[in-house]
Design a protein around this ligand. Sequence first.
Ligand code: 3PG
Length: 307
Amino acid sequence: MKITVATVKPFAPAAVQKIKETAEDSGYEFALLEKYENQSDFIEAAKNTDALIIRSDKATKEVLEAGGDRLKIIVRAGAGYDNIDLEAASKNGIVVMNTPGQNSNAVAELALGLMVFTARGKYNGKSGSELKGKKLGIHAYGHVGKLVANIAKGFGMEVFAFDAFVPKEIIEADGVKALDSADELYSICQYVSLHIPANEDTKESIDYELLSKMPEGATLINTARKEVIHEEEVLKLMAEREDFKYVSDIAPDKKAEFEEKFADRVFFTPKKMGAQTVEANLNAALASAKQIINFFENGDTTFQVNK
Ligand code: 3PG
């Protein structure tokens, strides 16, 4: 039995080592495909393994079909699995799992880091502003949202959240004010941090109508997915509102236009950095390896997402 790690964006070496040791200790073969440039290399790897550990790698229909009868499980070492064709996986009898929560702290810390960076004018030497006393809206209260709330409280921010799927009592138990709608959240909060997944319902849902509700000095922080943003409409809003800032860990498709028009009010990390810490890599990598072994040895499908 073979476990293959296929990652365009590599894990920290210690995390790769952890997967290798965990696999080999349980009698599994280990293979590594890192920084591959052609999707054909990923497809080739999928043909020759029983299990795959991936990150944002594009597990398309072609990859899943290439798995044939051999590939049984793919674990996305991370939270969002919008990079995997779930339908094709199910059709080909492949179990898909994620590792919820394992890299969340790294993403949450980056969200706050981006807020400070923006509030201080990207460290341009001029007087910026503080986060203390400002209202922060957390859009979706999952693993990352909860951690962002906790850190933001340490900064002295007033924290609000909206999540259509999390009961208000759960949110309020953390000392966070739970709101009834996204509209309300955006109307109240100067800072909004996005933690919604990318799917058919959320695609381009962060649009002109919603964002224009934000009060003076608005900053949108995106450590979620670029697909949830209606880029055309954000460009329109930023042209109309000189106070509006957009910072993201995922460069938009229209990055060049954003940077050309609003250089002082946008920032995009050169590579998606949210989960890129040694700690997050170790957590997600080890969880992935353990989930695979537990699946093969005990039939455990706890974290399956393509039921
Ligand atoms: C996730 O969904 O877990 C994060 O967006 C991290 O993605 P990455 O593993 O591609 O950095």
